[in-house]
Design a protein around this ligand. Structure first.
Ligand SMILES: C[S@@+](CC[C@H](N)C(=O)[O-])C[C@H]1O[C@@H](n2cnc3c(N)ncnc32)[C@H](O)[C@@H]1O
Length: 402
């Protein structure tokens, strides 16, 4: 298959001809390529399109050429979802990820994969003249990196097995939990059933204590009503959402407040903290886009959350869907970001020795240099799809030998 015809088979309609790239340009671009999955875009100015590729490497420097390989699974998924109409795909994205700067690129990727499906050409290999390459961007797909470390588990653990689930009630997680029972009588929402035992276990200590709760992501207000009922009289429930329609759920008479703004906007979030906070509980059920979740955590954890409070992030499944890159828009996934807090929590050990922490030794220290956030990271707990980060002022690590 020629370079240009193979690109056309992928639906790449950007200007392919009349542009020559030099060998230096190709070398520079190749240096930017990391391992894992690369995202290759082609085009000029505003007209660009592209696709994720499972490998991208140099074929020749003179003439400058690359060889790329498309990810068959992505193509298959695009086919299956495409059968449910491409418009459906788009509306899902715009509903959850309003104002996303990557949306143009995502559209291009879908366009390329759809066109590839239509071509009925299953060979997922193409040779690409670097002359049509305007931009190559790569980012680490940490789920891919993680997958290579799966092999450290024993073969028994990795044996593929069947997991049966019933589609008919009763659903244990609804019947046997306080939050689940309440949720089942509130219309207008959808939640993973596994969350209810986690809600009960992690949030019950705030029940009846008039907590201040901030939730990012209102949608139709179902979870705001759940929190109001779950935490009881005196609880102040604040929802923020980028969609102005969500202000319909504003109900100050019931101490449910809705404010419109973007979860990426630190100044907006700070204004919410000043008006209603600081909070006992912050729940991020917003866009589920990695960079958004990271931005909100950075804006809220230190100043927006009380000591003894909980920061809770939902729907990490979005970091793992292999049929879409929509949510993995940051250098790391948000699961990796929150896992990193475990390293920060333990980072104080990097700069000292065991003896420095011994209280019964004259050489033991009484002062340590540490990242500010490490002083208040108490517990970091992951359950499937969620992370619970407990904030509580910590003592420095100290050892006592008796
Ligand atoms: C999963 S829904 C929230 C569901 C709600 N918590 C519930 O359980 O009933 C996600 C919401 O996040 C909102 N959203 C998307 N991007 C956002 C952003 N950048 N900032 C704030 N909200 C955003 C969407 O408008 C949508 O209403």
């Amino acid at each position: 298959m020629s370079a240009q015809s193979s690109l056309r088979a992928f639906g790449v309609k950007a200007a392919l001809a009349n542009h020559s790239a030099d060998a230096e340009g190709l070398k520079r671009a190749l240096r930017a390529l990391g391992g894992g999955v690369s995202l290759i875009t082609a085009g000029e100015g505003e007209t660009r399109t592209g696709a994720t590729v499972t490998s991208a490497t140099a074929l020749s420097i003179e003439p400058p050429r690359m060889i790329i390989s498309l990810k068959p699974f992505l193509l298959d998924m695009a086919c299956r979802r495409g059968a449910r109409s491409a418009a459906g795909l788009r509306s899902t994205t715009s509903r959850w990820n309003a104002c996303d700067p990557m949306s143009e690129l995502r559209h291009s990727v879908r366009h390329a994969t759809r066109a590839r499906r239509d071509s009925h050409d299953k060979s997922a290999l193409g040779v690409w003249h670097a002359s049509c390459m305007v931009q190559i961007s790569t980012y680490r797909e940490s789920t891919m990196a993680l997958k290579s470390s799966y092999n450290m588990l024993s073969p028994d653990m990795l044996r593929k097995t069947t997991w049966k689930g019933s589609k008919t009630p009763p659903f244990e997680n609804i019947e046997n939990t306080t939050s689940g029972k309440m949720w089942s009588s509130i219309p207008g929402g959808h939640k993973w059933l596994g969350y209810f035992p986690v809600y009960d276990r992690e949030f019950s200590r705030f029940r009846g204590k008039r907590p201040r709760v901030l939730e990012i992501g209102v949608y139709r207000g179902a979870s705001l009503r759940l929190w109001s009922r779950f935490f009881g009289v005196g609880a102040r429930i604040v929802g923020v959402d980028v969609n102005p329609q969500c202000s319909k759920s504003d109900n100050p008479g019931s101490n449910i407040h809705v404010e419109i703004g973007d979860q990426r906007d630190a100044a907006f979030l700070q204004s919410i903290v000043e008006k209603y906070g600081p909070f006992d509980l912050i729940i991020d059920d917003g866009s589920h886009v990695a960079s958004h979740q990271i931005a909100s955590f950075n804006a809220l954890f230190m100043t927006g959350l009380k000591n003894n409070g909980i920061y809770f992030v939902e729907d990490f499944e979005c970091m793992y869907w292999s049929n879409t890159d929509d949510y993995r828009d940051a250098p790391v996934t948000s699961t990796d970001f929150f896992k990193m807090l475990i390293d920060v929590q333990n980072s104080v050990f990097e700069d000292y020795t065991y003896q420095d922490f011994q209280v019964h030794r004259p050489t033991g220290l009484t002062e340590y240099s540490v990242f500010d956030i490490a002083k208040s990271l108490s517990n970091i707990k992951f359950a499937r799809g969620v992370v619970v980060i407990e904030k509580m002022e910590q003592e420095p690590p100290r050892v006592l030998h008796l």
